[in-house]
Ligand binder design. Structure first.
Ligand code: RAM
Length: 361
């Protein structure tokens, strides 16, 4: 065992002291590759990255999704748990049954007590989970946010499914084209606090400022809380309030499936355009019956797989979360950590009746 590895096992207090001193001597800069990389000492890990460190065996990973009864989150987490087996680790999924801002806090506290090696979290709120996640990092438990980020200093790495800007802007571009750039539109989102949806909505609003959308008007952002029934009712409410609505963007797999179910059985079917983010398996029947023409998503299995390898790389000392560090995510190949600890999986796919049958998730 190298001294670096030994150092990582010291208590948080000792580490903080050692590294405060070492930082002054420029020996604890958080990366071996880039001297300008961010200091990760606030994340409780001021050790150097060792890109050649092998992945440790027997790592214990815990996935904490927004909520456990969300089919999308299930696909992500199961893929991440399966990936852990590839490198000799184990994974589990625990989490709340609703996506409320603070519903994940008690789970994090339990995972700390259980001394997991890494916690992977799709955060329901960027800040509500911060205190306990910082406690986890102090105890040398690595924290990876995936799908929905925390505030940046509450995790070491964020695995983003695709560029947030690309997701937000492209949904408006697709809907605009579908409705001839004219008419009232609404957004059916997840919860009011969801970091991912809120970021995408900001970019949607930015996109809508362009002159080509001057005849399109965003009339309402509704929140279905990633609960099927509430999302269904919110869709109904939108159409009652705005019977001349031309389009809905639902950037949540739960929301778009519920909205499609409502539309498919209503007089608005084929008249109100629904676009957004969905899973092919949940949306197939609505594409086939003409309720929905197209929607997008990334590969959720790959998101879980990449998150799992990032957690293992952190827990093995290959990376610390600093910009420029690289790690290999099994069969997906090499990834580089970008600004603010963000790693981007790739491009989203657009699904329609031509390609939907070639996907099974
Ligand atoms: C829902 C969740 C998740 C989001 C997807 C698109 O399942 O809100 O966070 O990424 O939709």
């Amino acid at each position: 065992m190298t001294t670096r590895h030994a150092a990582r096992r010291r208590t948080a207090a000792a580490l903080a002291g050692v590294c405060a001193l070492a930082l002054a001597l420029t020996a604890c800069s958080g990366t071996t590759k880039d001297s300008t990389a961010k200091d990760t000492s606030n994340a409780g890990d001021a050790a150097k990255a060792d890109p050649d460190a092998p992945l440790k065996k027997g790592l214990k990973l815990a996935f904490l999704p927004k909520q456990i009864n969300n089919p999308y989150e299930k696909i992500v987490d199961e893929a991440g748990i399966a990936a852990a087996k590839e490198y000799g680790g184990t994974g589990k999924e625990v989490g709340p049954s609703d996506a409320n801002a603070s519903s994940q806090v008690s789970y994090i506290n339990t995972l700390i007590q259980q001394r997991q090696d890494a916690i992977l979290i799709a955060a329901n709120d960027p800040n509500a989970v911060c205190g306990p996640l910082k406690q986890a990092m102090k105890k040398d438990i690595k924290v990876v946010a995936y799908d929905s980020d925390t505030a940046k200093d509450c995790r070491q790495v964020f695995i983003n499914q695709a560029s947030s800007e690309e997701i937000g802007r492209s949904l408006v571009q697709h809907l605009g084209e579908q409705i001839g750039y004219e008419g009232k539109i609404a957004i059916l989102s997840a919860t009011q606090n969801a970091t991912n949806q809120n970021t995408w909505i900001e970019f949607m609003k930015e996109e809508l400022k362009q002159p080509k959308y001057k005849n399109m008007r965003l009339v309402k952002v509704a929140y279905g809380d990633d609960a099927d029934q509430k999302s269904f009712q919110q869709t109904q409410g939108l159409l009652q309030a705005y019977p001349d609505l031309k389009g809905i963007i639902s950037p949540t797999t739960v929301g778009i499936a519920a909205a499609a179910r409502y539309l498919s059985d209503s007089s608005y079917k084929g008249k109100v355009v629904l676009n957004g983010l969905g899973t092919p398996n949940q949306m197939r029947k609505y594409v086939k019956d003409g309720t929905v023409e197209q929607f997008s998503l990334w590969n959720p299995e790959e998101l879980g797989y990449l998150g799992s390898y990032a957690a293992a790389a952190l827990a093995s000392g290959q990376i610390t979360g600093a910009e420029g560090e690289k790690f290999t995510a099994g069969k997906l190949g090499e990834y580089t950590i970008g600004k603010d600890g963000e790693v981007i999986l790739g491009e989203p796919t657009v699904f329609d009746k031509k390609n939907i049958d070639t996907f099974d998730f």
